[in-house]
Every structure is written in C-alpha cells, then in structure tokens.
Design a protein around this ligand. Structure first.
Ligand code: NI
Length: 393
C-alpha cells in the first residue's frame, strides 16, 4: 500500500491528544541538562508500549530507539532534544512547571512529544517501512559541552546515512516551516579573562594598578576584533556577558574577571579569534602595568545543512504542506549542538512555526512566559512521517 499524504496527515491528527498529553506531562516535570532521569524514563516507558522498537540508553539520560522495516533502505536518524532551562515559569496554565526554577522554555517538551508520536505511528506502519529509522532522544542541548557529542561518542550515529531534527519556533506563526541549505546556527565558543592588577586604596590610585579600569578598556577594545579586524561580510559576534570584581566603594580591586561568548560561521574567522583576543588583552593589560589570564573554549560547531539533504527535505515539506507554508530559514547566531550529529552524516535541521499572535503566543524562546501553539505538534509529526518515508530511499 502506498502511504498517501492524506493518510499521514490523518494519522498525525488522530494522535493529537497523545501529543498534547505527553507534552503537558513533560512541561509539568521539566529537568535540567544532564539531569533528565525522570524524563528519559518516561520516554522509555512510553516507547515500550509501541511495537517493534529496539530500545537502548546510549548515556544515563538519553534514549535511542531503532525501528527496522522489512525492505532494504537507508538509515535515517531523527533527533529530539529533551532538556529544560533554569528559568522560573511565569505562565499560569494548569500544566505549569512543578519544578520551581526549572522550565521547558524552549519547546523541547514539544520536540519530545513529536518524536514519541512519530515513533508510535511508524511502529504501527512498520511493515511498510524501508530501511531503518533511529529515534534519538538527546539530553543536554542547553548546556555545553552538550549531549549530542556524548551520544555520538556512544555510537548512535554508526551506520546512519542521514540525520534530521526540528525546532519549534515561536517567532514563526504556526502552520509555517522554515528551511535552508548551508549555515543556519553559529559556532558558539566561550572565553574567560582575568585582569590582574594590584589592589589598594581608592584615594591613592597611583599606588595601585587598577584592574577595574584596565578591564573596562579590555571590554571596549575587544569590539575592535569584530568591527576593525574581521571582514565586514563575515558574521562575528563577541559578547562580554560577565564582569566581576570589587567589594567596596573605597577599595581598588586587585583583579577583575570577565567572561563571554564568541559566535561565528566561517571556520577561518573562528580560528583567528582567540589569538586576536589574547593580543588585545595582553597589550592593554601590559600597557597599564597589569597581567592577565586568558582561556578560550571551543563549543558547538556551526549547524550547516547539507545541500542535497536540505533540498530533499524542502521538497518533501512542500509536498506535505504546500509551497506557501515553506519559507527560507534566516540563519541565527544562536548555537545548537545538532552539529555534532551532522559531523557524522549529512543532515538537515528545520523550524516548525509554533507562535500564534491571535492566541497571545508571542513570547520568545527562553522567556518565563514562553509557550507554543500545540497545533504545531501535529505538524511536526506530519513532517517527520513524510521524511521517514522519503529519506530512506
Ligand atoms: Ni531549544
């Protein structure tokens, strides 16, 4: 039997209550990155009620399920992230977070429900499947070094031909999907700097080396790397996000700590930033008689959608939802550890609209009043179902 577009839409629609139920349960019980014990158990328990899945736990709080069809074909991995954020929820719905200070404020509860729903339907269509579908429920997307790399290290991508993932996107109205080939999410790196001077009395600055005054100059001069040392046609963000020092109004602090993040797409630009930063830090601190410590940590690689896979995903989404509903994704300097899976197999990441201005669902991701239009859950399942049949050929 050929699976029709209408039948997939109907199957997704039929499990809408399941999707909403799972999503709300997870929303009520959010867990932070690397601590998704209850969440991963819930995923396992739910998957166990579906037929024909081979379950495993690649890491303590992640879950993998394999589903093999009777006919030969490619192996497609589908990823959902499952973790929540350290945010105190300010929504007043009846499934509000019961874990104070922790909230599903990015929609990963929705991603988990979508992938569970996809597994439920595909397991019921097992006899018509080709190749293998691998469901990856990934822990710790929100916190570097990220769970994706740990899952890859545990071997979840062995034998995978293609990998896909989606993100519910509240700035995009429900019913729309965004996709593009090439870079979509930036590389996200982290740095920390200690500016070391000599502490002293605020009234006798000449007897001290004012680490705070030097740190202020470091902060402003680091921006020259973006505005003066980098090709203006390249994307680069350098944000100093933390400055800590001082203890009293009349004491010059002996040291000040700075920290922040660097975002880029081009590997060449990324490679040069740490050296340029250290040159600025060294030059400024030395010019004023201070010293410094500098450390730079490479975080997630950029998400770069493979050209051929992205084209195929786009065509499939257009078939499923119509030309009008599918628009090009505008890249973001935000990071996403989906790139760790893409390093192992050609992959594509896309957005599913989850906002709804008329329902007041307008808050951005990571906001204490973030919400999703739950109609997006059915759309997510429908998208994955279509792709599960298309990308294994
Ligand atoms: Ni997210």
């Amino acid at each position: 039997m050929e699976i029709s577009k209408e039948s997939l839409a109907e199957l997704a629609q039929q499990i809408k209550d399941d999707l909403i139920g799972w999503r709300r349960y997870l929303h009520k019980h959010p867990e932070l990155s690397f601590q998704e014990k209850h969440t991963s158990q819930f995923i396992c328990d739910t998957l166990q009620t579906f037929d024909g899945l081979e379950l495993s736990r690649p890491t303590e709080t992640s879950v993998m399920a394999k589903l093999k069809g009777p006919r030969p074909g490619k192996t497609l991995a589908i990823r959902a992230d499952i973790d929540a954020l350290p945010i105190h929820e300010e929504n007043d719905c009846d499934f509000v977070s019961e874990n104070p200070g922790v909230m599903h404020a990015c929609g990963h509860d929705g991603h988990t429900a979508i992938l569970l729903g996809t597994a439920k339907i595909l397991s019921s269509l097992k006899d018509q499947l080709q190749g293998e579908i691998r469901f990856l429920f990934q822990h710790a997307e929100e916190q570097a070094p990220g769970g994706a790399q740990q899952m890859v290290d545990a071997g979840v991508m062995e034998g995978v031909d293609r990998v896909i993932g989606l993100h519910l996107h509240s700035p995009l109205e429900v019913g729309n999907l965004n996709i593009k080939a090439g870079p979509t999410h930036a590389a996200s790196d982290e740095f920390s700097i200690t500016v070391i001077g000599v502490g002293g009395h605020a009234a006798q600055p000449h007897d001290a080396i004012d680490s705070l005054a030097i740190a202020a100059q470091v902060v402003t001069n680091l921006q020259h790397i973006v505005s003066r040392n980098t090709d203006p046609l390249e994307n680069l963000v350098l944000s100093v996000t933390k400055i800590m020092g001082g203890s009293a109004f009349n004491v010059i602090p002996g040291s000040v700590e700075l920290a922040g993040t660097v975002r880029s797409f081009n590997p060449e630009v990324r490679k040069h930033v740490p050296g340029m930063m250290e040159r600025v830090v060294k030059g400024i601190t030395e010019a004023h008689g201070g010293t410094y410590e500098f450390s730079y940590k490479h975080g997630h690689d950029p998400v770069i959608n493979d050209q051929a896979t992205a084209e195929l995903v786009k065509e499939t989404l257009i078939e499923a939802f119509g030309q009008e509903a599918v628009q090009p994704m505008i890249p973001t300097m935000g990071g996403e550890d989906f790139s760790a899976f893409q390093a192992k197999a050609p992959g594509t990441y896309f957005w599913v609209g989850a906002g709804n201005v008329s329902k007041g669902i307008v808050h951005p991701h990571h906001h204490p009043r973030f919400a999703i239009d739950e109609d997006s859950l059915v759309i997510g399942v429908q998208a994955f179902l279509h792709l599960a049949f298309k990308l294994v050929k």
